[in-house]
Design a binder for this molecule. Sequence first.
Ligand code: XMP
Ligand code: MG
Length: 211
Amino acid sequence: KEVVSCSGRQTYHDDMAKILYTEAVISQRVAELGRQIAQDYQGKAPLVLGVLKGSFMFFSDLVRAIEPCPRGLTLDFIRASSYGSGTESTGEVKLKADLKLEKVEGRHVLLVEDIVDTALTITTVSRYLLEECGAASVATATLLDKHERRKLVYRPEYVGFLCPNEFVVGYGLDFNEEYRTIPYIGVLKPECYSHLGIEAPEPDGSGESSD
Ligand code: XMP
Ligand code: MG
């Protein structure tokens, strides 16, 4: 992979136009969500299902914040890929999971997402779990809700923050697979993508993206 040198910008932090959610703000909100989820799922032995890759950091913080942890809580992951051409997603979402149907059947599933945008991904995953796998219920915990960009009506049950309509990176979220490890969430400076000939990054732009 070609590493693009950004003149004058030494670190990823220098690529941020602004920080939307600091580490401290995220951590406090995740703790609140965790407590709420712990209350709602007592006695339900939930299956907490992370949607890869973007949710990995939120997932690991959130599951530790589900306190007191409901007995029977188990974890798994599912991978969702959108296919698109040009700058618009086709709306086709492909799922990859090593979930066995019998593992999901009758379970109360809590999906964990980094961001719900058009809601195509989360709608596809929810339908699959309910209709093909026989989940007893499906709810969604998303750190960010970019509600202005919905193509399908979808209301996640647990939302960290209502997110402005901007392309965000950090805390698991990427641009071209980079920036995922930054502990806060921010918006990139335009010069970080203008060399690619684009005005603004589009989630799930061209080709296959799996995050
Ligand atoms: P949909 O449109 O299916 O989107 O709700 C879900 C996936 O799109 C990605 N996405 C983003 N990724 N910054 C990112 O790094 C963003 O601002 C952004 N908006 C959407 C994300 O992978 C999400 O799961
Ligand atoms: Mg994602």
